[in-house]
Design a protein around this ligand. Structure first.
Ligand code: PLP
Length: 437
């Protein structure tokens, strides 16, 4: 038996199936965009630990920072003793992501935890309880984050969910334009939103709206610029806080530090994690100081959040991103993906219904007969499986799992990126020739 097969067999025996296996890969070690699997084979990584490794696997300077910090101070709990890496990281994040004149930062361990705390802060700051989220959203798996999530396959059977969460349709232009131009579509969707503030929930009860500027798990769906700007205006009008979830889209993925920078919109509060710490569990809630201070002492926090080793990893990751101009690299990686997928779409317009994204957050959507309402999930699953056989790790997205998304390290060498993209192109080609999918 191959060692990778043995790993998966042992996994099946001792790990519950609820911890989903999205890809059959195994891993022993990794560097930049290459993983060595349990059989000693090299895999090309187009997933980056689900958007966690924008700075690549095991960057040397991050390893150094982790080791040095672990030798100096591994844990005190920030509630018990104040240490400098926490302060330095908050100062850095406040400088990178100003939310108005005065910004404060809370550190967390995960994206879901950032979302949970953002909601608690928004409720205390406004004295209101309702939260509006969107269809197709993914905000995590803790109970409030799961309630806000609309990908039903990720929450089935886990209810009852948290109360006072209302849902609006995400402005998915590809799926729902009904022949409208983007401006008219945006106008219609914003009108719907305003109407919902009369028919669904009174705005005086709404603490916050939470939105991903580009939906991650939802299928790399890009919010139209006019919609996010219009949403900002509605929030201002009714004293509703705008929470932007940057957990998947942040830290250079879209060619900017924050995806919201593409929109000329500043959130009241934002949520972060994933690529911030190169794989160490760290996230953040960033917000206007007066809002962040509305949370009473003791209502937010936890034993591990902002652990010194994780803070050191995050500071070194951010420095690496700055020194290597990872935002520019995000643009370059994205252009290559876009070129390949657009070429594929030109060849198979009935199969690839849409190619979209910003920066290196690029995806294509597989459909039947060019119809945006008929997802081709089967073809997507076959394509992923065939890529896996050729040692390319890649995963799907979208509520129908019919979207192929790229989340490779941004540090990926051009040759490896091109090799991975060719594998996708060749495997799609083979499937198109051999089957009537
Ligand atoms: C936009 C977004 N928010 C929140 C989360 C949850 O993050 P975590 O898995 O670290 O809890 C994710 C994870 O994929 C995400 O993509």
């Amino acid at each position: 038996m191959k060692r990778s097969e043995e790993f998966l067999e042992r996994r099946n025996k001792v790990v519950p199936r609820g911890i989903g296996t999205f890809n059959p890969a195994t891993a022993i070690s990794a560097s930049n965009a290459t993983i060595i699997n349990a059989d000693g084979e090299e895999l090309i990584d187009f997933v980056g630990g689900i958007g966690v490794l924008n700075a690549g696997h095991c960057p040397e300077s991050v390893i150094e920072a982790i080791c040095q910090q672990a030798r100096t101070l591994m844990h005190t709990c920030f509630h018990i003793a104040t240490y400098e890496p926490y302060l330095e990281l908050c100062e850095k994040l406040a400088a990178l992501f100003p939310h108005g004149d005065n910004t404060k930062v809370m550190l967390t361990n995960t994206g879901a935890e950032s979302v949970e705390n953002a909601i608690k802060i928004a409720r205390q700051a406004t004295g209101r309880s309702a939260v509006i989220a969107f269809t197709g959203a993914f905000h995590g798996r803790s109970m409030m984050a799961m309630t806000l999530t609309s990908k039903v396959a990720y929450k089935v059977g886990c209810g009852p969910y948290a109360p006072e969460v209302y849902r609006m349709p995400y402005p998915n232009f590809y799926k729902n334009n009904q022949g409208l131009e983007e401006d008219a579509f945006v106008e219609r969707e914003l009108y719907r939103f305003r109407k919902a503030l009369h028919q669904m929930i009174d705005p005086s009860q709404v603490a916050a709206v939470i939105i991903e500027p580009i939906q991650g798990e939802g299928g790399f769906v890009v919010c139209p610029k006019g919609y996010l700007q219009g949403l900002r205006e509605i929030c201002n009008e009714f004293g509703i806080l705008l929470i932007i979830d940057e957990v998947q889209s942040g830290f250079c993925r879209t060619g900017k530090w924050a995806a919201y920078e593409h929109y000329d919109v500043t959130p009241d509060i934002s949520t972060w994690a994933k690529s911030m710490g190169s794989g160490m569990p760290i996230g953040a809630v960033i917000g206007k100081a007066e809002l962040m201070d509305a949370a009473l002492p003791g209502t937010i926090g936890g034993t591990y959040l902002g652990n010194p080793v994780c803070c050191a990893a995050a500071l070194a990751t951010i420095k690496f991103m700055e020194e290597n101009n990872l935002n520019q690299r995000g643009v370059e990686v994205g252009e290559k993906c876009l070129q390949t997928f657009t070429k594929m779409q030109e060849k198979y317009p009935d199969t690839i219904g849409d190619v979209r994204g910003i920066g290196a957050m690029i995806a294509f959507e597989l459909v039947h007969e060019g119809d945006s309402t008929r997802p081709n999930s089967e073809l997507c699953a076959k394509l992923l499986a065939n890529c896996a056989k050729r040692n390319l790790i890649i995963i799907s997205a979208g509520t129908y799992k019919n979207v192929i998304r790229i989340l490779s390290p941004l540090t990926i060498p051009d040759e490896l990126l091109e090799k991975g993209l060719s594998i996708i192109e060749e495997e799609l080609e083979k499937l198109m020739v051999t089957s009537a999918v």
